[in-house]
Ligand binder design. Structure first.
Ligand code: GDP
Length: 173
């Protein structure tokens, strides 16, 4: 697959299993799958988004399973204007690793990249392991926006992508 440089590229990062693919699929196709991915998935999908009276083309990149080996290829970050750094609110280890993902992102992405910390699986409130306040604090200390989402219940998914794109747009790419 090749990418188009004029599109708004958003990358999904975060540990395996946090729901990156499902967030993307919910956003692009309004679909959800209960099955974990069995094989390497697609690399990116595009969608037209309307905001501020104009239509922009967003290109959402999924890690396609590479994150299991920790290092994502440099090309993954290349040209990204926004990043959704996802953890699972019911799995503390995925929140602990957010710092490492952030370091990776800062090392490889454009310095102006707009970053949103996304606490996914908010529908699993009964098994919550990462307090909202703790994540909020981490986000503000590190200059990230923050939102909790549920790809399963379609809560805040559209907003998380839209607001990342809107902030990227303000950076005037
Ligand atoms: P990825 O490895 O980060 O791309 O994660 P996936 O999108 O493949 O999701 C991993 C697993 O978590 C799958 O079994 C999904 O069905 C499940 N999952 C994803 N998002 C949610 C969510 O918002 N709520 C719940 N309860 N499960 C989710």
């Amino acid at each position: 697959m090749s990418s188009n440089d004029s599109d708004y590229k958003i990358v999904m990062i975060g540990d395996s299993g946090v729901g990156k693919t499902n967030l993307m699929m919910r956003f692009i196709r309004n679909s959800f799958s209960l099955e974990p991915k069995s094989t390497l998935g697609i690399e990116f999908a595009t969608t037209n988004i309307k905001f501020d009276g104009k239509i922009i083309k967003a290109q959402i990149w999924d890690t396609a399973g590479h994150e299991r080996h920790r290092d994502l290829p440099n090309a993954y970050y290349h040209g990204a204007v926004g990043a959704l750094l996802v953890y699972d609110i019911s799995q503390p280890s995925t929140f602990k690793n957010v710092g490492r993902w952030l370091t990776d992102l800062r090392k490889h992405a454009n310095p102006d990249v707009v970053m949103t910390l996304v606490g996914n699986k908010s529908d699993l409130g009964h098994t919550r392991a990462v307090p909202t306040e703790e994540a909020k604090r981490f986000a503000s200390e590190n200059g990230l926006s923050f939102i909790e989402t549920s790809a399963l219940d379609a809560i805040n998914v559209e907003f998380s992508f839209q607001s990342t794109l809107a902030d990227s747009d303000q950076n005037d790419y």
